[in-house]
Design a protein around this ligand. Structure first.
Ligand code: MLT
Length: 324
């Protein structure tokens, strides 16, 4: 009888655990792990979301930059965290798709994370320091070819979008570039503006404020259509690098095993944040596109993530890109 009562009370505790977890969540400050350097595109988006999510959840969400190995160190930190909703990872097309094709990761990109929601997507801009003499993409390609092996390109590490696009550029233009890895495109962009490196493929959200300020020269956007935030910048098709379409979509994940109610509470906070006119305006000004409401569910992110892996792994492997 005592054993029966103990078993009954244990099962009651277990069956109520997720509800209790959701009711008390968040019970302490939450941490958003940004796997790239402060001041870059993932960090900027992460900070906008962390502030707004903290408010929506009635708590605080702090940003922690855990950087290195094209974002895989920070993503690994999330995979190993306690899955109670207090450690949230922000990642994107490179960290959660490309890295799986080229690195021997200590975690499984699909099995070790619970999807929360997709947040926003932006293409890249091909930009140079102002001292580069080229005025458009055709002149830039000629200048790169005339300076074979000397032209330096900043990246956020092997496999980062900034690197993959550069590899495509090399192949498409039969040129050779010198890639310079940084812990994120935030510090790389600072070096570009200072004239220490020549070129970058950087996310529109990071490059645009400096393009508008006249500190960088833009050549093309890696998308099929021009973007509303930079209507004067031609697409890669218009400029002469046809087909180089790379959209860097960002999303949030929890470590696998988070209570469903906690995932849904966080997802609800993301939906609230993405409906906030102030957040929408900030993201639109940065060239970020917010997914439609039906694409903001955990299930939609899970399906999209899997489809992106199936699409890109063969392409990345065929391009011969290898992690260090
Ligand atoms: C960053 O925040 O540095 C970027 O997301 C890196 C990248 O473009 O892959």
């Amino acid at each position: 009888m005592t054993r029966c009562l103990a078993a009954l009370s244990a099962s009651l505790v277990l069956s109520h655990a997720p509800i209790v977890a959701a009711q008390t969540f968040p019970s302490r400050p939450m941490v958003m792990v940004v796997p790239f350097a402060a001041g870059g595109p993932t960090d900027t988006l992460g900070r906008i979301m962390a502030e707004r999510l903290g408010r929506a959840l009635g708590g605080t969400m702090v940003v922690e930059n855990t950087v290195g190995a094209a974002g895989s160190i920070g993503v690994g930190r999330v995979a190993r965290a306690v899955p109670d909703g207090h450690t949230i990872g922000i990642g994107h097309w490179s960290t959660h798709v490309v890295n799986g094709a080229i690195y021997n990761l200590q975690y499984d990109l699909l099995k070790d994370f619970d999807p929360v929601a997709q947040i926003a997507s932006n293409p890249q801009l091909l930009v140079s320091k102002n001292a580069v003499p080229a005025r458009d993409l055709r002149e830039l390609v000629a200048w790169v070819k005339a300076n074979q092996d000397k032209v330096t390109v900043g990246t956020a590490g092997v496999g980062a979008a900034s690197h993959v696009s550069g590899v495509y550029f090399q192949t498409a233009t039969a040129s050779r570039l010198q890639f310079v890895p940084y812990k994120g495109t935030g510090p790389a962009l600072v070096d570009l503006m200072a004239g220490h490196i020549d070129l970058m493929f950087d996310q529109a959200s990071n490059a645009l404020p400096h393009v508008r300020a006249g500190k960088l020269r833009p050549y093309a956007v890696t998308a099929k259509s021009r973007i509303p935030a930079a209507p004067d910048v031609p697409t890669v098709d218009e400029a002469g690098l046809p087909g180089l379409y790379i959209a860097v979509w960002h999303a949030l994940w929890l470590p696998r095993g988070a209570p469903r109610e906690v995932v849904m509470k966080l997802n609800g906070a993301v939906v609230e944040a993405l409906a906030d006119p102030a957040v929408r305006k900030r993201l639109a000004d940065m060239g970020q596109e917010i997914p439609a409401r039906e694409q903001q569910t955990p299930e939609a992110l899970g399906a999209w993530h899997r489809a992106e892996i199936e699409k890109w792994w063969p392409i990345i492997r065929a391009a011969g890109i290898k992690g260090e």
